[in-house]
Design a protein around this ligand. Structure first.
Ligand code: COA
Length: 183
């Protein structure tokens, strides 16, 4: 098993590693428990994740879990392939979805570390940008900005503050403008 990052916190140490097929059941329960704490959950996020793993857009190397010292899975993050549609071409990009942390471990920096780790790995694989739909209050703190600021507009709402993007290298979105269709 490849362990990528070991992070020491005041009370515990967590590890970020690639997700394995044998993790899927535990991750399913984690996603259910985590999203159940939100007001906007429709209860389908765990099934959505299962479905994403079956598609051609799935990249196993960009699906990670955070575990405690005992091996308990307390966080997950997935980046999968998407396209920005510009007037002349399709530009390959990534969607960050879903991400979650077990409620007992909120506000310990696990999501931040998982994002930094996953984006770094994506950059080494040649990807240049990541998009997501999410709460701007949270994701601005994590380096994302509304995608329209980069000239990439959500298909259904060109002013969407919640459709957010982050460049993986400086100005990597500066020569691209187009539309993105993500949930
Ligand atoms: C959102 C979530 C992944 C954050 O995980 P976390 O490990 O607690 O986040 P971190 O501790 O790494 O915090 C990262 C930053 O986000 C901020 N943040 C975290 N949760 C927040 C919240 N609910 N509201 C506002 N800001 C929040 C933190 O303050 C921190 O910023 P700071 O360092 O500038 O203070 C977690 O709350 C979760 O799993 N929620 C349920 C599932 C969910 O909503 N997933 C996201 C769907 S878009």
């Amino acid at each position: 098993m490849k362990i990528f990052l070991v992070e020491e916190r005041r009370d515990f140490i967590f590890t970020i590693r690639q997700e394995l097929k044998s993790d899927y059941d535990e991750v399913y329960s984690l996603v259910k428990a985590s999203f159940a704490t939100t007001t906007y959950s429709d209860g389908t996020e765990a099934d959505y994740l299962n479905a994403e793993r079956t598609k051609s857009t799935f990249i196993p190397e960009l699906s990670f879990v955070a575990t405690t010292e005992t091996g308990r899975i307390v966080g997950q993050i997935l980046l999968y392939k998407t396209n920005i549609t510009s007037q002349t071409k399709l530009v390959e990009s990534l969607v960050l979805s879903p991400i979650c942390v077990h409620p007992e471990y909120f506000h310990q920096g696990i999501a931040r570390k998982m994002i930094e780790h996953a984006l770094q790995k994506a950059k080494t694989m040649g990807y240049t940008s990541v998009f997501l739909c999410g709460d701007p209050e949270i994701y601005r703190k994590l380096g994302f900005r509304p995608s329209y600021e980069f000239g990439v507009f959500h298909k259904n709402d060109s002013d969407a503050e919640w459709c957010m993007a982050r460049e993986l290298s400086t100005n990597s979105l500066s020569t691209i403008s187009g539309v993105i269709d993500i949930v």
